[in-house]
Design a protein around this ligand. Sequence first.
Ligand SMILES: OC[C@H]1O[C@](O)(CO)[C@@H](O)[C@@H]1O
Length: 500
Amino acid sequence: MPPIMDFDKKDDEFPAKLTGQVVICSIIAAFGGLMFGYDIGISGGVTSMDDFLEKFFPKVYVRKHRAKEDNYCKYDNQMLQLFTSSLYLAAIVCCFFASKCCKRFGRKITIQLASLFFFIGVILNAAAMNLPMLIIGRLCLGAGVGFGNQAVPLFISEIAPAKYRGGLNILFQMLITIGILCANIVNYVTSKMHPHGWRFSLGGAAVPAIFLGLGSFLIVETPTSLIERGQKEQGKQALRKIRGVYDVEKEYQEILQATELAQQIKKPFRNLMNKSSRPQLICGTILQIFQQFTGINVIMFYAPVLFQTMGFGGKASLLSAIVTGMVNVVSTIVAILGVDKFGRRVLLIEAAVQMLVAQCVTGGILAVHLKATNVIPKNYAYFVVVLICIFVSGFAWSWGPLGWLIPSEIFPLETRTAGFFFAVSMNMICTFIIAQAFLTMLCHMRSGIFFFFAVCIVIMGSFAYLFLPETKGIPIDEMNERAWKKHWFWKRYFDDDSAP
Ligand SMILES: OC[C@H]1O[C@](O)(CO)[C@@H](O)[C@@H]1O
């Protein structure tokens, strides 16, 4: 049995206050999350709107209104899924360039580029006259997501004092959930505005894009990034400013040391393949894969469609999506408050059990009650909404935020941007797979899809229990010494640091 590690004894050693500067910069940067969340939430509602379907997906529109159509299959259409998933295709490609940009030009400029892409994407989407224009708009939004998701979590982890890193980093996920909720509410309102309600839904993304764009001129560059790019004095000044204390020598020296080590590594991507980088690489990427294979995006993208599949009317479906969206936001607050207190592992393991139960019971109810072309009895349908809320809350205080936090804090500086790139792109790849495949999977696997995700949850819960070290309270540049080299399994990877 692996020991559950406790790092409480040695807490943050560097003198630091939680300054207004850190809080404000973190909130502004986290607007990248708001943008991402809005894009996630908006597609499900829009694809269930008749005006939108009639204009861009007439075949789905006809099938939706054919009375005898199999409930599980009426939305099964590759182009419709491409509308949702194309964003992730672009994000996968762009987060590679974003990781280079982050390293060479800094975190701040990468965030500025993200907002620019977002802006172009919003305009194309809101003004879309045909399917190609719609998809190109989604691709631009995806580029924004790639740049934003690469830079924001790193940015926050680097400016936050170790003691508050978890909570501050989760602001990113928090704003993702707020973005999803805003999108759900906007969809509910615009679904009544015929025939152009969907344009307002898609155009609404301009609000977070403008906030992020303007705000990004106010944020500081991270001391690590400045020092990494040779601007040592500016780095020290920035450190003083964000820490709110004059004596930052100890932390400065630590960053300097980490940077010097990092600069000897000419090929960070190749270095990631070294034996001593494998534990972080495996855990960082696997966490993101698991995050998606909880099945969360089945709910986030397709909740309105899913609720219609269960026999809810259009309005009731959009309303239920708002309820799950609210649960998502509120439960993320639990993560912010709990992550630096209870640690990462406890949240991940508890939530895996909670999500497992919810998935199995939901699958069971649908298997028994929802036969093709049937609707499930109203009281069961409400119970399924409650189960979905239980599932979403578990995800929101664990795998959701920690899927970003842990990969952003476990890599040493020399492989940080490259390693984080693998984690982010894995998230995008898996999100793409789920977005592209879900409606087809629903059509073929029917209620069995919930059991498929249940099996994934058993695997990921076991992984967290056995293989994930606790990283709570450990300064970001001391992770190897204090987390990995002490872990019962991963320590063997550090026996000989030079081994390839
Ligand atoms: O809150 C749910 C959302 O969070 C994410 O997992 C990102 O962390 C998204 O993929 C999902 O839609």
